[in-house]
Design a protein around this ligand. Structure first.
Ligand code: GLU
Length: 416
């Protein structure tokens, strides 16, 4: 990897470490905060449609539960391995702490490209994975959710498999289909949350006036719902992309029209609403705000100097590397970090979990109002901390979050 771009896990640890130092936390407490409490690696044999057996690798990293049960998504992706899963689990701990919801952090991973499997193979793999980790899950122990490569349907299969072992347990996963106890507004939540904090940061930094221009890299679940919320709030989404490439229209793309095209099975590249650009070009386009909403390590020391946006809002987990962070800061670009920007997902997961426990359903309006209020509070606290201490938003966010986790460890008397 180029320059001082660290591997995913090293990057996450570096950020947590800085907070530990900044907060003056005792050196011998470092591993208590950084090391995962429990991890599981499993082999998952699946009978494939062609009659052969294929063994997949599965992981669940339970990083820390000082503030509440482990919580975090399950990723089906070819790059999912233990260290990757561990990094993402660690991010979840501090994400939940920053938005002040009563969860710890965890992450699951299965090393697979879900697009290469038939539906039957995917169900078999999901069931096998659930069976392999069911003993470390629980409504007050560890509650999975969707992440890259998984969705509400995957959560329904997990809930079904877990319930076959333990009895009907809707609260075992969040991000379920609404018909099965999922929360209204859950699928849109990470994107909405990212757009909410973007709006607040743009106002504070006086970027873009009434109608800032926005680039959304990655038009998946997070990116597309962010784009819809941006438009709802009066911003102009000038460029979006998927793995194949991007679409650019300096006047602003017609997002409802694009959604219609995609819902009818069309592709981004078929849209005539703007000019086609490559993924590399997209990142360097002229706009006020850039939202990398796809995957980690997208903005690196190689391309950080090309970014023209003054505000980068991390819709994905860790899309900006540690090395790129420093370059962006030098160039006066503000980064709203992942543990704040994409926390909307786990916030509405918290609402879903609470609704399941109470067997009481909230209306969409209530979900969105409460989401907005939690995101605003977390944003305000982070921005204020960064102003008061003269730090970047990321350092402020980690300082607040690590401090809260440390406080919980102290209060629970772990070491007494
Ligand atoms: N996978 C999402 C994230 O990275 C959501 C996790 C959850 O809702 O538990 O934040």
């Amino acid at each position: 990897m180029a320059g001082d771009d660290l591997q995913m896990l090293e990057g996450t640890v570096a950020r947590v470490n800085s907070a530990i130092i900044e907060l003056g936390i005792r050196d011998d407490m470092r591993d208590v905060i950084i090391e995962p409490w429990r991890e599981l690696t499993t082999s998952l044999p699946v009978l494939m449609d062609d009659g052969t057996v294929k063994v997949f690798k599965g992981y669940r990293s339970q990083h820390n539960a000082a503030r509440g049960p482990f919580k975090g998504g399950i990723r089906f992706h070819p790059a999912a391995d233990l260290s990757h899963t561990r990094a993402l689990a660690m991010l979840m701990t501090f994400k939940s702490a920053l938005v002040n919801i009563p969860f710890g952090g965890a992450k699951g991973g299965v090393q697979v490209d879900p697009n290469q499997l038939s539906e039957r193979e995917l169900i078999a793999l999901t069931r096998r994975y659930t069976r392999s980790i069911n003993h470390v899950l629980g409504v007050s122990r560890d509650i999975p959710a969707p992440d890259l490569g998984t969705n509400s349907q995957t959560m329904a299969w997990i809930m079904d498999e877990y319930s076959a072992i333990h009895g009907y347990t809707p609260g075992i996963v969040t991000g379920k289909p609404v018909e099965l106890g999922g929360s209204e507004g859950r699928s849109e939540a990470p994107g909405r949350g990212a757009a909410i904090v973007s709006r607040m940061a743009a106002q504070d930094l006086e970027i873009g006036g009434e109608s800032p221009t926005v680039i959304v890299q990655g038009y998946g679940q997070v990116g597309s719902s962010a784009a819809r919320k941006f438009v709802e709030d009066g911003a102009r989404v000038v460029a979006v992309s998927d793995v194949a490439g991007g679409l650019y229209n300096s006047k602003g793309l017609d997002i409802p029209e694009l959604d219609r095209l995609l819902s009818e099975g069309g592709r981004l590249s078929e849209s005539r609403d703007g000019e086609q650009v490559s993924n590399d070009e997209l990142l360097g386009l002229q706009a006020d705000v850039l939202v990398p909403a796809a995957i980690e390590d997208v903005i690196t020391t190689d391309n950080a100097s090309d970014i023209k946006a003054r505000l980068v809002v991390e819709g994905a987990n860790q899309p900006v590397t540690v090395g790129a962070d420093a370059i962006l800061a030098d160039r006066g670009v503000t980064v709203v970090p992942d543990i704040l920007a994409n926390a909307g997902g786990v916030v509405v997961s918290y609402f879903e979990w609470a609704q399941n426990i109470q067997q009481f359903k909230w209306k969409l309006e209530r979900v969105n109002d409460e989401l907005e209020s939690i995101m605003e509070t977390a944003y305000r606290a982070t921005y204020k901390h960064s102003q008061q201490h003269g730090t970047r938003m990321r350092a402020a966010a980690f300082n607040i979050a690590v401090g809260r986790v440390m406080r919980a460890i102290d209060l629970r008397g772990f070491l007494k």
